[in-house]
Design a protein around this ligand. Structure first.
Ligand code: ZN
Length: 273
């Protein structure tokens, strides 16, 4: 496989909370869940640390353990990462660091994949596109999320609504009453969407964090066929450049209502032949 990767933090003065890595026939892409600055998380390491550790452990599992399913590999990696926090971190905290995950590996004649959360995997089956992901909706928080987007960007009202929304998600996630994310609970991996695709039928695939998928689903700069063609011809960095261009043209989130004016954005594009 031939793989191209591009990533860009939302701000130059903060580390990205996305993580992407590959081994040649296995790949991981993670998007750390950001939370309001004022919100405690019970962890002295932080989200950027968490996504890097979880990503590296998941990649190692994918490569070392072909006998384990994709979900089992994620479950194992969550447990390994949890053990690295040490006794001073409260892993039962509702805001413990967490991430969305896309993973894929070649396994015999197939590509095995896993997606948990709002990151996305796109399979190019000779010009027919399958989009997998964005699979942990939170319908109970949708009304509040819309209020956040409707409030004036940068206003105290928006900050207060955002905090309320973040608290509602944290209270529900990984409990069976809300979205499942990769945090400190290994069994969250059971809720990931998994599948296989014959490599012979696959021309390419891509993995994108929601900050990069904005190209299609927030800014409507094109559909998935356009996004895949762009990455094929000009690379994932060009897709991110166009996302940043759209974000910069709408700094107040007025034309395209959204939670963050800019987001960490990462994309991986792999040709299978
Ligand atoms: Zn910690």
């Amino acid at each position: 496989m031939r793989v191209e990767i591009a990533g860009e933090p939302q701000r130059g003065d903060r580390p990205s909370e996305d993580f992407v890595a590959g081994s040649g026939d296995a790949f991981v892409l993670l998007d750390g869940c950001s939370s309001p600055v004022a919100m405690e998380n019970g962890c002295e390491h932080g989200t950027a640390w968490f996504v890097r550790r979880l990503g590296v452990h998941l990649l190692a599992r994918l490569v070392d353990r072909p006998d384990r399913t994709m979900a089992q590999c994620l479950s194992d990696a969550i447990a390994e990462t949890a053990s690295l926090h040490g006794a001073r971190c409260d892993l039962g905290h509702p805001n413990t660091p967490a991430a969305m995950v896309v993973a894929a590996r070649a396994h015999g004649a197939s590509l095995q994949y896993l997606v948990l959360g709002d990151s996305q995997l796109v399979l190019d089956r000779e010009g027919t596109y399958a989009v997998i992901g964005d699979n942990q909706p939170f319908p109970a928080g949708e009304g509040l999320r819309r209020q956040v987007h409707a409030a004036a960007h940068g206003s105290p009202e928006r900050a207060s609504l955002h905090m309320r929304y973040a608290l509602a998600v944290r209270a529900a996630r990984n409990t069976g009453h809300g979205p499942w994310v990769a945090a400190a609970l290994p069994r969250a991996a059971e809720h990931a969407e998994t599948g296989t695709a014959p490599l012979a039928e696959l021309r390419a695939f891509a993995a994108l964090t929601d900050g990069a998928a904005r190209f299609v689903d927030r800014f409507d700069l094109g559909g998935w066929p356009d996004a895949m063609r762009l990455m094929d011809q000009r690379g994932p960095a060009e897709l991110l450049r166009r996302v940043r261009e759209a974000e910069t043209s709408d700094p107040a989130c007025a034309r395209w209502p959204r939670g963050k004016a800019k987001d960490d954005a990462t994309a991986l594009y792999a040709r299978t032949r």
